[in-house]
Design a binder for this molecule. Sequence first.
Ligand code: SF4
Length: 423
Amino acid sequence: MDSEPRPALAGPDESAAAETEAVEPPEPPSTILPRLFPATVKERERGASFPQSERSRTFRRRFFPSATAIHWNDWRWQVQHRIRDLAELARIIRLSAEERAAVARHSGPLPIGITPYYASLLSETDPAQPLRRTHIPIEGEYLTSPGESGDPLGEDHHSPVPGLVHRYPDRVLFLATGFCSTYCRYCTRSRMMGGGEMSFSLRQWERAIAYIEAHGEIRDVLLSGGDPLTIATEKLEWLLARLRAIRHVEFLRIGTKVPVVLPQRITRDLTRMLRRYHPLWMSIHFTHPDELTLEVAESTARLADAGIPLGSQTVLLKGINDSVPVMRSLMHGLLKLRVRPYYLYQCDPIRGSAHFRTSVAKGLEIIEGLRGHTTGYAVPHFVIDAPGGGGKIPLLPDYVLGREEDTVVLRNYEGRIYRYPDM
Ligand code: SF4
């Protein structure tokens, strides 16, 4: 593969026709968005196809003056105008000396790639801003610390055919593409992202499908990558239809960050297609409350309205979201967008990630700060994906203190002690 592969817009056989989705008719008023973002009402009254926040509009006019609102709301325009190198980054952000040096020396997989929309959320002046830290490299990315590796989850050892990970008996991970519209610097699969060690092709999809067809114990297929929602709608539909046709596959899941970094991709065409393949679930990768914008509220509303149960996945990151107030704000915001907080991951020991990793105790402290103090739905499962391929291991603060004769001694969220009869 080239150092930066073609976008997965065309799907793996590179023959997809461009999607045709012009300006969409206005939707009936949403019950949720106007309350969260009053500006939505005005947008809809103007017949806009996708809402655009004041921040996005200002950013577009300043840095992409020839782009119209229609360009901006076209997900293909967003992909084609990704910020990908030092010159483009320096045009929109005052880079620190460290960022500048780290970006300049980058080569190989996990390239720099940020959609203009997501770039509009980055601080122009503050290198410590959470979203900026997760998407612009610093020198720490080039340091390998003890315990780190390129494939910390041992996925390559559980891969019966390229692009398929079969770690748990009844489910598989289907890596559909190595392309993301926006690359996170802590990506667990950085080795294969954006021109990494693995290529993706229709032939590979066929082999993975054949493996699933031949294994009747597989009842759950998780499509991930890279980001499956960067694949052209018709190609993605081809894949979903093939998987749905396998009798023993009970349901499909998609893991994605597109609704957050490229919300304009959640077109009516896409949701109309997705709803044909229920039961279909979606896990959306969120990092910080600053991501919960008007545009993201629209993308998640469209997916939820298509009947897709939405869950969140968040990686715990040092100095970015590793505090109870930040995590609570994110989880509360997700519930308002109809996204159920699902997993909080301890950061995998991927090579060059030490500057992102917190202690395990920090994750437990956050869970303890949420559990009992807020709605149960707002508390994700805190897990470590065991290095080497042991799967997800849930971690909980110690609420069971021990036994006393026929009782279990328990501690509640306030630290009070209770005894429960347990004969
Ligand atoms: S969106 Fe997911 S797959 Fe893509 S770079 Fe980020 S963590 Fe990796």
